[in-house]
Design a protein around this ligand. Structure first.
Ligand SMILES: Nc1nc2c(ncn2[C@@H]2O[C@H](COP(=O)(O)OP(=O)(O)OP(=O)(O)O)[C@@H](O)[C@H]2O)c(=O)[nH]1
Ligand SMILES: [Mg+2]
Length: 294
């Protein structure tokens, strides 16, 4: 490790659905965190670590910034706050098709004191390339202290971000062992992959009333045996989740298993159980039990 080695915390903030998690995956070149077309997918601060010979960047994905309606939301916003406190660099992600005022309000609320890079994401949705440049100038004029960079996380057009980050990172030794990918254990990502499939398979409110916990995770010589609990808030949601004759929960099991097998690169046996826990999103004990520590 050279004496010019750089290391630091680069934390990602933005509105729900702006593409923060998609961006983290693109920066890492791996599908680490879950994404979906629905808002409020990410519920935790999740670190994703990018290692190279010259630097270690500890990225943090965070939940989209919202006005809390439940204790769960309050915990999510505390995760954002924790990421505000240790950031060396802030990456603000903004959907370029959304109004400028949205990110202006978020910038104001966050009161960022660190170098800030405003990423105008989803440029692939803008038909004319020249239009992107015009929009960029508009944002750069409005936010003169921020570096404005148009990107497309979905198309993996993010490589120009790294050199800009490195410009602002201090020289320091790595914070984490150089083979680490995240601060969270494998079973956390497994529960997230199941939650991601719930966001895909079920409509409207169901995903928002759902939590997933891994009850057991056993690595056997030829396969991993996983038992997971799906928590919902009402009996009616349990019925929807299970579907006619168990058809939907079966589909959820198949989809989740495939996704977990890809992540673990090995065979998986997955069992799902559904439990009703009334008002869990407003219950401190349940929230703590399900890993929402805030
Ligand atoms: N067209 C396009 N879609 C994108 C891009 N980046 C993200 N998306 C889509 O936007 C949606 C939201 O992406 P996420 O990465 O889950 O957004 P997020 O900001 O993490 O959302 P929350 O966790 O809910 O706050 C998904 O459907 C993504 O595929 C992009 O560059 N272009
Ligand atoms: Mg997210």
């Amino acid at each position: 490790m050279g004496e010019h080695f750089k290391s630091g915390f680069v934390n990602i903030f933005g509105a729900p659905n702006a593409g923060k998690s998609t961006l983290l995956n693109a920066l890492l070149g791996e599908r680490l965190v879950i994404t979906s077309h629905k808002v409020q997918t990410t519920r935790h601060r999740i670190m994703g670590i990018l290692n190279s010979d010259d630097y270690q960047i500890v990225f943090s994905d965070t939940p989209g910034i919202i006005e809390p309606k439940y204790k769960l939301h309050e915990k999510m916003m505390r995760q954002v706050k924790s990421a505000l406190e240790d950031a060396d660099v802030a990456l603000l992600v903004h959907d370029i098709t959304q109004p400028l005022d949205e990110i202006a309000a978020i910038g104001e609320a966050l009161r960022l004191k660190v170098p800030t890079i405003l990423l105008l994401n989803k440029t692939d949705l803008v038909k004319q390339k020249s239009e992107v440049e015009k929009i960029k100038i508009q944002y750069a004029e409005r936010f003169p202290s921020w570096v404005v960079v148009p990107v497309s996380a979905l198309k993996n057009e993010v490589e120009k971000i790294i050199p800009i980050i490195l410009n602002h990172l201090p020289q320091a030794p790595p914070f984490y062992p150089e083979d680490s990918m995240s601060d969270r254990p494998v079973r956390f990502f497994v529960s997230e992959l199941i939650r991601e499939q719930i966001y895909t398979l079920y409509h409207e409110e169901i995903p928002y009333h759902t939590a997933v916990i891994i009850q057991s995770f056993e690595e056997k010589p030829t396969l991993t045996v996983i038992k997971a609990e799906i928590i919902v808030a009402r009996e009616t949601q349990k019925i929807i989740l299970i579907g006619k004759g168990g058809s939907l929960i079966k589909q959820l099991g198949i989809n989740s298993r495939k996704s977990i097998e890809e992540f673990l690169q090995g065979k998986v046996h997955l069992e799902l159980f559904v439990k009703v826990r009334p008002k869990w999103r407003d219950n401190d004990t349940y929230l703590r039990e399900y890993g929402y520590n805030g």
